[in-house]
Design a protein around this ligand. Structure first.
Ligand SMILES: NC(=O)c1ccc[n+]([C@@H]2O[C@H](COP(=O)([O-])OP(=O)(O)OC[C@H]3O[C@@H](n4cnc5c(N)ncnc54)[C@H](OP(=O)(O)O)[C@@H]3O)[C@@H](O)[C@H]2O)c1
Length: 406
């Protein structure tokens, strides 16, 4: 790759999460170890962000998401583009296309599987030819899930002599809020799916992000409000499961089915023991179903929009600091051996922690991945694996821990 002016350009630095990414990059890499700049559609908003992080002289680049020439110029100046301009299905196409064409590496926070699939179909061959490494889902969805499974499978192979045939991820504790941008992305997805039966089928397919020639036929389970006997606690559907499971299955496919062709993976949220846990599990499952159904109906969608955060809004700095997550991965091998891994994060998952994960993924792409690694649409686990785990533990407040079996 020709010498570039920057390691990383943060496109969408004015977004709610982009501002936290910018602050993190300044705090962590202000010493120049990673060269970075910010970009967005508005010069004055970029200047506000630069001032608020205490770096008024940071390089700023103005580019609208529809301006292909301006986006080409971003690609010409950097090794890696971080994009937080979403909903990606509305604004992400052209940036992804020019990154794939120019051999510029790219990472983002999308949780929109239909858009990822569309981009894979359109640009995978171009990215392979140009050497651009594209890595979606570099935030709370889906780094902890993808790397948690990666760490557990690595441990299982080394300690038990075989990979886990089944892994269940349980969100044991979680504290944080949603931003307007995330809600806008969810609403956009439900809106599009409500009038499109083909898309609804695709969203239900756990293997929809796997390469078309994948070997997986195992039926994956849908979690309901139910008791997990191993934990003695009630569980309920986890909202991020829809994207996380697809990313984990793609990692399996891209790694030559290293988790096995009969690999089963599910995610759920723990709601507690006894009647209280049961009530919360049922109410959460009901609430999730009602939210999805409601968003599909225009007048209810309009009404919900009055109460939910708007684009640009999200959890306060205190809520981000006081947030956390704690996830347990329970694995069992084909011969019945058990292993567990615990993954934790020290900020609210969606923003404080996500911003650190995305920044470290970008730094890993810019600094750690050798030139011999081919271009294409990767996953966090298959491209960055242990190297990213080490970065996240060292810099980003995440822990990955093998839990001894009782
Ligand atoms: N995976 C995860 O864990 C995770 C976590 C958090 C967020 N997300 C996703 O990340 C994305 C950003 O979330 P957010 O809450 O930070 O969103 P947000 O605050 O609403 O920001 C949206 C950004 O898009 C920019 N934008 C909109 N139209 C544009 C255009 N035509 N050209 C260039 N830029 C344009 C906005 O620029 P202006 O500032 O100039 O309006 C803003 O910077 C969303 O898609 C969200 O779903 C994912």
């Amino acid at each position: 790759m020709a010498e570039k002016q920057f390691d990383i350009i943060i496109y969408g630095a004015t977004s709610f999460v982009g501002q936290i990414v910018t602050q993190y990059m300044h705090d962590r890499y202000g010493d120049g170890a990673v060269g970075w700049a910010i970009a967005g559609r508005s010069q004055s908003k970029l200047e506000d962000v630069a001032r608020s992080v205490g770096l008024p002289d940071v390089e700023m680049i103005v580019a609208d998401a529809a301006d292909e020439v301006a986006l080409q110029q971003i690609c010409a100046r950097t090794k890696v583009v971080i994009s937080t301009v979403g909903p990606y299905a509305l604004y992400g196409d052209i940036l992804l296309k020019v990154c794939a064409e120019n051999g510029t590496h790219y990472c983002d926070l999308t949780g929109e599987p239909h858009w990822i699939r569309r981009m894979q179909a359109a640009h995978e061959e171009t990215a392979k030819d140009s050497g651009a490494r594209i890595v979606h889902c570099c935030g709370f969805d889906s780094i902890p899930s993808d790397l948690g499974v990666h760490v557990l499978q690595d441990h299982a192979v080394k300690a038990l002599g075989e990979p886990c045939e089944r892994i269940d991820m349980r969100v044991m504790r979680i504290k944080g809020g949603a931003s307007g941008g995330t809600i806008a992305s969810m609403v956009e997805l439900v809106k599009e799916a409500s009038g499109n039966a083909q898309l609804r089928r695709e969203l239900k397919n756990p293997y929809s992000l796997c390469p078309p020639d994948h070997d997986f036929t195992v039926r994956q389970r849908n979690v309901g409000a139910e008791e997990d006997k191993r934990l003695g606690k009630w569980i309920t559907p986890f909202i991020m499961e829809a994207i996380n499971t697809k990313v984990v299955h793609r990692s399996n496919a891209l790694s030559g089915n290293s988790y096995g062709t009969h690999f089963r993976y599910e995610e759920a949220m723990v709601t507690g023991r006894g009647t209280g846990g049961k009530r919360r599990a049922k109410l959460t499952a009901l609430g999730l179903g009602a939210f999805t159904a409601g968003v599909a109906i225009p007048p209810i969608r309009w009404l919900l929009g009055k109460f939910l955060p708007k684009p640009g809004e999200g959890p306060s700095p205190t809520e981000q600091r006081e947030g956390m997550f704690d996830m347990l991965f329970l694995g069992s091998t084909a011969s019945g051996k058990q292993a567990r891994v615990r993954v934790t994060g020290d900020r609210d998952p969606g923003y404080g922690s996500t911003a650190k994960m995305l920044s470290e993924a970008a730094a890993c792409l810019a600094k750690d991945i050798g030139d011999d690694v081919p271009g294409g649409f990767w996953t966090p686990a298959t491209l960055m694996g242990d190297t990213l785990v080490a970065r996240l533990e060292a810099n980003a407040g995440l822990t990955f821990e093998i839990v001894p079996e009782a």
